[in-house]
Write a protein of this length. Structure first.
Length: 67
């Protein structure tokens, strides 16, 4: 199991963001990610987008290629 890097998170929050300990511990993990600029900027890829990409870029059978 991989745990959280508490030391790194606390350093980023307390030193980097200059939060007080009370402010740091009151944050949710999502709020801390947003403040650190680590929040995901686009939603995860859904089935429809995957189907679009598969149509645009089909797999090629490399055994049947010349050259």
């Amino acid at each position: 199991m991989i745990g959280l890097d508490w030391r790194g998170l606390m350093q980023a929050g307390l030193h980097g963001l200059r939060l007080t300990p009370d402010q740091f511990w009151a944050l949710t993990p999502t709020e801390l990610q947003i403040m650190l600029g680590l929040a995901q900027t686009s939603p995860p890829m859904g089935r429809d987008r995957l189907a679009e990409l598969q149509t645009a870029f089909p797999d090629v059978d490399k055994e049947n290629l010349d050259g």
